[in-house]
Design a protein around this ligand. Structure first.
Ligand code: SF4
Ligand code: SF4
Length: 321
């Protein structure tokens, strides 16, 4: 499959997944059906273990991961977020500015999902949201002048998927519930809003700095790294976090992830929700001033040493003459 959203699914009762962030009119070749569905609309689809196409959808994947997907998978596998990222994902750029994204890894020398087993999905209870959505696609968009995003859904019909010929119909709402998507969307939606805002910020915000991209990666995907980050003296010096609140957000990965989104909104868009210490800016300025002075001192020392060395070599040259 080649459109840069849809990804395949599997079962225990199968499900793979396109997550559509930006949608343009489907061409005649796209598997995305041009009918926008709302929560109460019905569609025909059923995936189950006995179906002839079992596992086909997971044999050639292109699955984008969202933060809650990573949280669930790394927990299931007993890995740190860094180890999960290193072993089970690959990088890609989400936009022309290189906004970092992660996709699910495939098996060595094969486009099949790294978690695919002959029996089906090897991480079924914690499979990513894109896998849960399949054969629906999710479109999140924000209308001009609207403060909130709107979700709508599309059926994705790929030739290999026989689930569309099964007689079962259901509403989008029931399907999402059956697939356990409510928990996933409850957390990932906030992140999608951050991504959409960043993508559509355009020239008013300009090319993001390398540091902001690093923070985006840390807060979005590397949750254990983010936990370490908020325990650093630099973070504590800058932000005024109530110790009880800090204890709460360190208690569960879910709470920490939600805090990471708050942090991102503050760092990227100036949406202040984490109090900044009044004297933090002065301290930073003072540290910066001291660093500049130190660098100037070192530059003068280097120059003096160079001049001494040149003088010494001239002295020896004139003695040789
Ligand atoms: S995570 Fe599971 S459902 Fe998703 S593509 Fe991999 S094997 Fe298929
Ligand atoms: S019906 Fe579709 S989603 Fe289910 S296993 Fe077959 S190809 Fe995958």
């Amino acid at each position: 499959m080649s459109i840069d959203i849809p990804l395949p699914p599997p079962p225990e009762s199968g499900q793979g997944q396109p997550e559509i962030k930006e949608y343009s009119d489907p061409s005649p070749m796209t598997p995305v059906q041009p009918v926008q569905l709302g929560p109460e609309d019905r569609f025909q689809f059923n995936c189950h273990k006995g179906i002839a196409c079992f596992n086909k959808c997971c044999q050639n994947i292109d699955i984008m991961l969202a933060p809650y997907d990573i949280l669930r998978l790394k927990k299931r596998l007993g890995l740190s977020s860094r180890d999960f990222i290193d072993n089970f994902t690959r990088d890609f750029a989400m936009d022309g500015h290189g906004m970092p994204g992660l996709k699910l890894a495939t098996k060595d020398e094969s486009p099949a999902c790294a978690f695919l087993t002959p029996e089906g999905c090897g991480v079924y209870a914690d499979r990513p949201s894109a896998c849960r959505y399949y054969a629906l696609g999710l479109l999140s968009m924000r209308r001009k002048d609207s403060p909130t995003d709107e979700d709508s859904y599309f059926v994705v019909k790929e030739d290999h998927c026989l689930g569309h010929e099964e007689p079962k119909t259901q509403t989008v709402r029931d399907y999402r519930k059956e697939q356990g998507l409510e928990d996933y969307d409850a957390i990932n939606r906030e992140w999608r809003q951050i991504v959409l805002k960043k993508r559509s910020s355009g020239p008013t915000i300009g090319k993001p700095s390398e540091r902001s991209m690093e923070l985006f990666f840390l807060a979005s995907y590397d949750l254990d790294g983010f936990r370490d980050f908020i325990s650093t003296p630099g973070f504590t010096e800058l932000f005024e976090l109530d110790p009880a609140e800090k204890e709460l957000l360190l208690a569960t990965d879910e709470a920490l992830l939600r805090f990471a989104f708050r942090f991102l909104k503050q760092a990227l868009y100036g949406e202040i929700s984490i109090p900044v210490r009044a004297d933090a800016a002065d301290k930073r300025r003072e540290r910066y001033r001291q660093r500049v002075e130190q660098m100037e001192r070192e530059a003068v020392e280097r120059k003096t040493m160079d001049q001494d060395a040149q003088y010494e070599s001239l002295k020896y040259e004139s003695q040789d003459d």
